[in-house]
Unconditional design. Sequence first.
Length: 130
Amino acid sequence: MKVEAYVLLFIGAFFACVCAGYWFLSYETSGTLMLLGATLLGFLPGGYYLWWSRRMHPRAEDDDNATLADGAGVVGAFPSSSVWPFVLGIAAASVGLSLVFGFWTAIVGFVLGAAAVIGVIHESRRGGLV
C-alpha cells in the first residue's frame, strides 16, 4: 500500500502547489477553495494509506524481490449483489425530499434507512441474501 500512498500524496502535493500559485496570482476565493479541496482529496487517503501500510504485513506487491507464487492464493472476499444499497439511496433521497414536501417524507426516509442498515448487517453476518 506504500505505492498507492505515495501516488496520492504526490497528487496532494501537486494540487497544494497549484493552489498556492493560483491564490498568489489571482486572489480568487472560490477556485482557491476548490483546489484546496483537491489537495485534501490527495492528502487524506494518501496519509491514511501510508499510516495503514506501516501497521500491516507487507503485500507481495510491495516487495521488490517477490515472485509470482508469493501473490497466489485467495485475494479477498467480495460481497454478493444486494438490494440494500438501493434501499439506502431511496432513504437518502426521501430525507432530501423532506425539504420540499415536508417532514413526513423524512420519517419514511429514516425508517427505510434503518431497514437498510439492519439488512446490510444481517446480510454481512450470514453471508447471503436476507
